[in-house]
Design a protein around this ligand. Structure first.
Ligand code: FMN
Length: 187
């Protein structure tokens, strides 16, 4: 079947659900659930989160030049979804969702306590696409300055997906949880 171009992103799924934490100008803690996240470069270690310019998260990243990518086990998906709304600046989105936070190592933006993976990022620039002046999302690049994974989701030095059990977003209210893992040699 043909698919609407504007909805083609749904054909590239499931994608890992993350919570991007930022701090606003009134010291409120913002947390944005999204799946628009990707690694961009090994050296320097860059990751991209694509953020709408009309969101508080966008303003906060431009203002404070920092953000944290948090990955929570699927157990917390309902709480993560409670962060998917817009609140005024100065608000604590994690608190209203029943999530907890604690200080990051190298950035002022806090980490989510219930997460098992944290990437502390310093904003290095947004991608302006010249011939598309008003895209509804802007790819924002962050350099990872601290990355940590909780030991209880690690097996033999690698993230153990069965233990982490991330929520993988398919579309709308559908998530893939607890998938089968296979090993294949790269030729
Ligand atoms: C599962 C899920 C995925 C989402 N993905 C996106 C997304 O890709 N882009 C987006 O703009 N908003 C997305 N949202 C909505 C944002 O999380 C919401 O608009 C955001 O939290 C606004 O917060 P802010 O204005 O405080 O930054 C998603 C929400 C959920 C629950």
């Amino acid at each position: 079947m043909r698919y609407e171009n504007e909805k083609a992103y749904r054909l590239i799924s499931p994608r890992i659900l993350i919570l991007v934490t930022t701090v606003d100008i009134l010291d409120g803690i913002d947390a944005m659930p999204t799946t628009f996240v990707a690694p961009v470069s090994f050296k320097p270690p860059l990751v991209m989160v694509s953020i709408p310019p009309k969101s508080n998260t966008y303003d906060n990243i431009l203002d404070k030049k920092e953000f944290v990518i948090n990955v929570l086990p699927s157990l917390y998906v309902t709480k993560v979804l409670k962060c998917g709304k817009h609140f005024p600046k100065g608000f604590n989105k994690l608190q209203q969702a029943g999530l907890n936070w604690y200080s990051s190592e190298k950035v002022k933006v806090p980490r989510v306590k219930e997460a098992k993976i944290w990437l502390e990022c310093r904003f290095v620039g947004g991608l302006q696409i010249d011939h598309l002046r008003s895209t509804d999302h802007v790819p924002m690049l962050g350099e990872v300055i601290t990355a940590e994974v909780s030991d209880d989701v690690v097996t033999e030095g690698r993230v153990d997906m069965k233990k982490l059990s991330p929520a993988m977003h398919i579309t709308s209210e559908s998530f893939a949880v607890g998938f089968e893992i296979v090993k294949k040699k790269v030729a």
